[in-house]
Design a protein around this ligand. Sequence first.
Ligand SMILES: [Zn+2]
Ligand SMILES: [Zn+2]
Ligand SMILES: [Zn+2]
Length: 107
Amino acid sequence: MKEVETGEREGAGMLFARYRKNRDGIRNSKEMGSICLICGSMHIVPKPGEPHQLLCRDCGFAFFRYECSVCGNTVDGRDPENPGCESCGRRICGCGSCHCSTGYQHG
Ligand SMILES: [Zn+2]
Ligand SMILES: [Zn+2]
Ligand SMILES: [Zn+2]
């Protein structure tokens, strides 16, 4: 176990520790878009074949992270505020939009 320093700068380790404890607002943290919440790795790459998902190269964990096409806010599958939609499988944005409710497909 690595110790997390409580210094003046909020590094990846601190962010990781914070969001491990409480995932609320993880979608609003730009840094957490490149930090794996499972293993803390920063080797995050776009998941091949899944334009709305990211993949941790170290532990293989994949998660949704993309910009809402309606309001432009970040949607993060690890955030409790972005639950999964049962119809389209995408995540539901804070504005209430997901893939099937954007008017993009059938209404
Ligand atoms: Zn990982
Ligand atoms: Zn939205
Ligand atoms: Zn949907």
